[in-house]
Write a protein that binds this ligand. Structure first.
Ligand code: 6R9
Length: 653
C-alpha cells in the first residue's frame, strides 16, 4: 500500500528555459524511448562524446552475476582523458578561460585559459615522468583547492598514472591507510592550504603519514606546491618543490594512448563495514558519462560560467569541477574558500564578481546559509544565475524553497542530483528544460538509467511505493571494481539482490514516477553530504585504551543533515566524565579527520544486544533521535534493562 504524503507544490519548467534548453520535454521523451528501444544507438550517442584515438567497435559488455562479475564499455577503443579535456579545445577555444580560480582571500583570483592549462599540465606531467611516475602507477594527491590540484589530476591522466585524491580534511592516519592500500609511489601536496582564513598543515600531515613505515616504504617522492610560503620540514632525499622541478622540463608531452578500460582514478569512500573502499573508475565510459550528464543536467551552454562548490577530494569535484566541464570546454570555477568567509554573502559575491550562470552546491551549505537570513543574499544581484543544483544528501523542502525563491529569485530551476562515488556521475535528476520540479525530489532517472525499488526479499515493486533503490542495468560511468579486491566489489554491491546493483539507499516513488531518496539503509551516516561509516568511528573509539565497546549511529541534525551519536562502554574501573568525553571526541578526529566529529557522546554501561550478540542499532537510532516511544519490536533483546538505562541517561540534545 502506498503511504500518504502531502502533495508538494509543483514548479513547472519556466518557458524561457524550455525554449533554449538542450533537452526539452520532447527530446527527453525521445532519448528515453531510444534508450529502451534501441540501446546500442543510445549508448553509442554517449560514447561519441569522447574524442577517440582508435574508435571502439564494441559498446557494452556487462555481467552483474557474482560468478562472472564484469563491467566494460567501449572496451576496444583508445583515448587519452587529458587530451579530451584540454588539447581538444585548443583550436576552437584556446584563449577561453578553462579554470577560473577564486581564492579564499577575496582579493585573490586567477584565470587560466585552455592554452595556459595545456602548458601547465604538460610541464607538470613531465615533472612526474622525471620522478619516475609512469603508466599504471598510483599517485596520491592531498591538495588544497588550488589550480594545481586540477592540473595534477590532468597530468596523471596524461601519462596514464592513476590518481587517488585524498580530501585535505583527512588525518595523517587516514592518508597513510590510503597510500598503503593503493601502493602509491608518489604523493602530491602543498605546504599548506587556506580555508576561511585558517591554514591547514598539509605537508606536515604528509610527513606524519609517512612516519608510518608501510607508507614510507612505498613512496619515493613527495612533490610539494608552494602555496602559503610558510616554513615546513624537508626531507631532501624524498621531497621536491614543484616550482624547482618545473625549471628542468619543457612543455612537450604527448598524451599516452590509453584503453577505454584502463583505470583513471581511485577514490576512497566509506562503506558499512571495514576500511574505506577504493572505488575504481576507468577512462572512456567515465568521461563520456561525466561529460554528457554535465551538459544535459545543467543545460550547459557554450560560453557559460559554471561553478560547483565541492572539493576535488570528493567525487563531485572529480566529475563536475574537473572532468565533465573540461571535456565540454566549459569555464569551470574553482573556489578555495568556505561559504561564510569573510561573511555569509561570499557565495553570492563570487556569483556577481564572475557572472556565474550555473551554481551547484550541497544542501548542508544551503541550510547553514538559510540560518543567516535573507539579507546577505538579497543585497547581491545574482542576475547572471540561470540554473541551480544540489547534491550529497536529501534536501528538505524548506531549504529547497529558500534556495529557489531567495537565491534564485524564483527564476532558476533546481537540479536535485542523486548519485554516488560509485556511479561516477548523476543518475537521477530533473533536466531544467524538461522536468517539472517537486521540492525534495530528485525526480526521474536520466534516459538510459534503469532504477527500481525492491522489497527486502528482492521482489521488484511497481507503481507508487517505497523500497530499496537498485539499478538493474549498467551505465558507462559505473565503478568497475574495488581496487585490489574484486570479491569485495561483488559482496558489497551485487550480493544483496542477484543481478542488480544495490545503492545502499532507500527511496519512495510517487504516482508520477518521481523518486524521493530517503537516505542510507545501511550503517553509513551522511554528515554534511559526506559519507562516514559507523564502523570506522567505532573502530577508532575502541582503539582508545579507556574504551571497551562502542556503537555509533546517526541522528537528525538541523544543519548537517545527520549528526554523529556515539554510545561508549568504558573499561572496568574507568569513570566517564566531561574530560574523557572531550578526549575521545578529539581522539576520533585525529584518527579519521574533522569530518568524524562526534556531536553527542553517551556513556553506556551496556549496549542493547540480541541474544546472538548483535548490537541493535535500530534501537540506538531511536534513542538518539529522542523517539524512544517508538522503539518497535524489542522482544529479541537479551537484556531490556540496558535500554531503560540508556533512555534515562540520554543526553539532552
Ligand atoms: C555524489 C555523492 C552518495 C550518497 C548516496 C545518498 C546521498 C547524494 C543525493 C543523496 C538524496 C540527493 N545522496 N545525492 N541523497 N538526494 N540528491 O554525494 O557521492 O559521497 O558517494 O555519497 O549520498 O545517500 O548514496 P557520495
Amino acid at each position: 500500500m502506498a503511504e500518504h504524503h502531502p502533495q508538494a507544490q509543483v514548479h513547472p519548467v519556466p518557458d524561457k528555459i524550455a525554449k533554449s534548453a538542450r533537452v526539452d520535454r520532447e527530446r527527453f521523451e525521445e532519448l528515453t524511448r531510444e534508450a529502451l528501444e534501441n540501446e546500442d544507438a543510445f549508448w553509442n550517442r554517449i560514447g561519441q562524446r569522447v574524442e577517440w584515438i582508435k574508435p571502439y567497435s564494441r559498446i557494452k559488455d556487462v555481467n552483474f552475476d557474482l560468478d562472472d562479475l564484469h563491467i566494460r564499455w567501449f572496451d576496444d577503443g583508445t583515448l587519452n582523458v587529458c587530451a579530451n579535456c584540454v588539447d581538444r579545445h585548443l583550436d576552437a577555444r584556446g584563449d577561453q578561460v578553462a579554470i577560473l580560480w577564486e581564492g579564499d582571500d577575496p582579493e585573490r583570483d586567477e584565470k587560466i585559459t585552455y592554452r595556459q592549462l595545456h602548458d601547465r599540465v604538460c610541464r607538470f606531467a613531465n615533472v612526474l615522468k622525471r620522478l619516475g611516475v609512469g603508466k599504471g602507477d598510483r599517485v596520491t594527491l592531498y591538495m588544497p583547492m588550488i589550480p594545481e590540484a586540477a592540473v595534477a589530476m590532468l597530468a596523471c591522466a596524461r601519462i596514464g598514472a592513476i590518481h587517488s585524491v585524498v580530501f585535505g580534511g583527512f588525518s595523517p592516519d587516514a592518508l597513510a591507510g590510503r597510500i598503503i592500500d593503493c601502493d602509491s609511489k608518489c604523493v602530491i601536496t602543498a605546504d599548506e592550504g587556506m580555508r576561511g582564513g585558517k591554514a591547514t598543515p598539509l605537508k606536515k600531515n604528509v610527513d606524519r603519514a609517512l612516519s608510518n613505515e608501510d607508507a614510507a616504504d612505498r613512496v619515493d617522492s613527495v612533490l610539494v606546491v608552494r602555496n602559503t610560503g610558510n616554513d615546513i620540514d624537508w626531507d631532501a632525499d624524498r621531497d621536491h618543490w614543484l616550482h624547482e622541478a618545473l625549471e628542468h622540463v619543457d612543455a612537450d608531452c604527448e598524451p599516452e594512448e590509453m584503453n577505454a578500460e584502463d583505470p583513471l582514478f581511485i577514490l576512497y569512500t566509506s562503506g558499512s563495514t571495514g576500511k574505506p573502499k577504493g572505488v575504481l573508475h576507468t577512462s572512456g565510459g567515465y568521461l563520456a558519462w561525466a561529460s554528457w550528464t554535465h551538459e544535459i543536467v545543467f543545460d550547459y551552454q557554450e560560453g557559460e560560467i559554471y561553478w560547483c562548490t565541492a572539493d576535488v577530494g570528493w567525487v563531485t569535484g572529480h566529475s563536475y569541477i574537473v572532468y565533465g566541464p573540461l571535456a565540454n570546454g566549459a569555464t569551470t570555477l574553482m573556489f578555495e574558500g568556505v561559504p561564510n568567509y569573510p561573511d555569509n554573502s561570499r557565495f553570492w559575491q563570487v556569483v556577481d564578481k564572475h557572472q556565474v550562470n550555473i551554481f551547484y552546491t550541497a544542501p548542508t551549505a544551503i541550510r547553514a546559509l538559510m540560518r543567516g537570513g535573507d539579507e546577505p543574499v538579497r543585497k547581491t544581484s545574482r542576475e547572471s544565475l540561470r540554473i541551480l543544483g544540489t547534491v550529497g544528501e536529501p534536501i528538505n523542502p524548506e531549504a529547497w524553497e529558500w534556495y529557489y525563491n531567495v537565491v534564485g529569485d524564483g527564476r532558476c530551476p533546481i537540479a536535485d542530483t542523486w548519485w554516488q562515488t560509485e556511479t561516477g556521475g548523476i543518475l537521477i535528476s530533473p533536466l531544467p528544460g524538461a522536468t517539472d520540479l517537486k521540492p525534495g525530489s530528485a525526480t526521474k532517472p536520466l534516459p538510459g538509467i534503469k532504477a527500481a525499488l525492491l522489497d527486502a526479499d528482492g521482489k521488484e515493486l511497481e507503481g507508487a511505493t517505497s523500497g530499496n533503490l537498485v539499478l538493474t542495468d549498467s551505465w558507462p560511468g559505473q565503478m568497475r571494481t574495488v581496487y585490489g579486491d574484486h570479491k569485495r566489489f561483488g559482496e558489497t554491491y551485487f550480493a544483496a539482490y542477484k543481478g542488480r546493483y544495490f545503492t545502499g539507499d532507500g527511496a519512495r516513488r510517487d504516482e508520477d514516477g518521481y523518486y524521493w531518496i530517503t537516505g542510507r539503509v545501511d550503517d553509513v551516516i551522511n554528515v554534511s553530504g559526506h559519507r562516514l561509516g559507523t564502523a570506522e568511528v567505532e573502530s577508532a573509539l575502541v582503539a582508545h585504551s579507556a574504551v571497551a565497546e562502542a556503537a555509533v549511529v546517526g541522528f537528525p541534525h538541523d544543519i548537517k543533515g545527520q549528526g554523529v551519536y556515539a554510545y561508549v562502554t568504558l573499561m572496568a574501573g574507568r569513570e566517564g566524565d566531561e574530560k574523557l568525553a572531550e578526549e575521545l571526541i578529539q581522539w576520533v578526529r585525529e584518527e579519521i579527520g574533522p569530518i568524524a566529529t562526534i556531536d553527542h557522546l553517551q556513556w553506556a554501561p551496556g549496549l542493547p544486544k540480541t541474544r546472538s550478540g548483535k548490537i541493535m542499532r535500530r534501537i540506538l537510532r531511536k534513542i538518539a533521535a529522542n523517539e524512544h516511544d517508538q522503539l518497535g519490536d524489542t522482544s529479541t533483546l537479551a537484556d531490556p534493562e540496558v535500554v531503560e538505562n540508556l533512555i534515562e541517561n540520554r543526553r539532552q540534545v
